[in-house]
Design a protein around this ligand. Structure first.
Ligand code: ADP
Length: 294
């Protein structure tokens, strides 16, 4: 299972607005694929087009031999989509909700449906919460029930839009583990603005910024781009204003004497700065000028 998705020269312009997507060319293969970018980069727009819920201004998305616009019906059969704001039916229990969605997706046999719903509840670790109303679920539990509904019909491709927003660190890790496991047997496209969400697990990565694709490839190859360019050191509080290229600051932590700084620069950006082991967050700052730190 899992199939290749090919995006060619895809652009989207909202009425009277600036361009949300500009000439995106991207191939997504089997496994867990990360789509990383700051808010407003165009991730959600791209995913809505891929899920056939919105049309592009120009360009093409192909799922194997199927094309959006022409074969939407077939594409929806092989796709599970978890939008950013999932309209959950808060008054239903987790079990009732999944049963309802399974019915909508055409699972007519009640026995098969009940078995499937049970299997999915176990898969997303909500077996013991099946009879509780969704409105009593935590953020992480709601996201997991969202994944369960996207899994009905065993889709080969899953599109998951910013699922970790609002989750606490523990829930975030559990959710990432679930996606990683699901990615073993299908194509999963995961969007996020948080570098840590994709750091360990993704087989491929694309980075978007202001409607453009600014990187496509593996995580190690991206990190190589900042080799020899990541600096750490201490700076006195009164010297902080002398730092140029503040957009390339990765982290800044107040200490008794001043600040611990980590930044990306071609040469030592301040007196006493030493080279550090580069990571994905550093490369992301270089590409987008926007950290996922506050
Ligand atoms: P992301 O998911 O990366 O945060 P979006 O795809 O939501 O980015 O947004 C990309 C750009 O398109 C932003 O500038 C946003 O304001 C704009 N945009 C998104 N949806 C609409 C819409 N329905 N109408 C007009 N502009 C929109």
């Amino acid at each position: 299972m899992g199939m290749e998705i090919k995006i060619t020269a895809l652009s989207k312009r909202y009425a009277k607005e600036r361009i949300a997507l500009h000439d995106i060319n991207l191939t997504i293969g089997k496994g867990l694929f990360g789509l990383l970018g700051p808010n407003g980069a165009g991730k959600s727009t791209l995913m809505q087009i891929m899920a056939t819920v919105m049309s592009p201004t120009s360009g093409q998305v192909e799922y194997g031999a199927y094309r959006i616009g022409k074969d939407n019906h077939q594409i929806r059969q092989l796709l599970g989509y978890m939008p950013q704001k999932l309209g959950l039916y808060e008054k239903l229990t987790g079990e009732e909700f999944l049963n309802y969605i399974a019915l909508l997706k055409g699972m007519k046999d009640p026995v098969a449906r009940r078995l499937k719903v049970r299997e999915l509840l176990e898969k997303v670790n909500l077996g013991d919460k099946a009879k509780r109303k969704i409105k009593t679920y935590s953020g992480g539990m709601k996201q997991r029930i969202g994944i369960a509904q996207a899994l009905i019909g065993d889709p080969q491709v899953m599109i998951v839009d910013e699922p970790t927003a609002g989750l606490d660190p523990k829930e975030r890790i559990r959710f990432r583990d679930l996606l990683e496991e699901l990615g073993l047997e299908r194509t999963i496209l995961l969007s996020t603005h948080i570098v840590a969400d994709i750091e360990t697990s993704c087989s491929g990565l694309a980075v978007m910024n202001q409607g453009e694709l600014v990187y496509q490839g593996t995580i190690p190859r991206l990190i190589e781009k900042v080799n020899g360019k990541v600096w750490t050191g201490q700076i006195h509080a009164e010297d902080v204003h002398t730092l140029v290229h503040k957009s390339s600051i990765v982290s800044r932590r107040r200490t008794a004497e001043g600040y611990d700084i980590r930044m990306v620069a071609d040469s030592a950006p301040f007196h006493g700065a030493v080279l550090a082991q580069p990571g994905l967050e550093d490369a992301y700052i270089l590409l987008t000028g926007s950290g996922s730190h506050a």
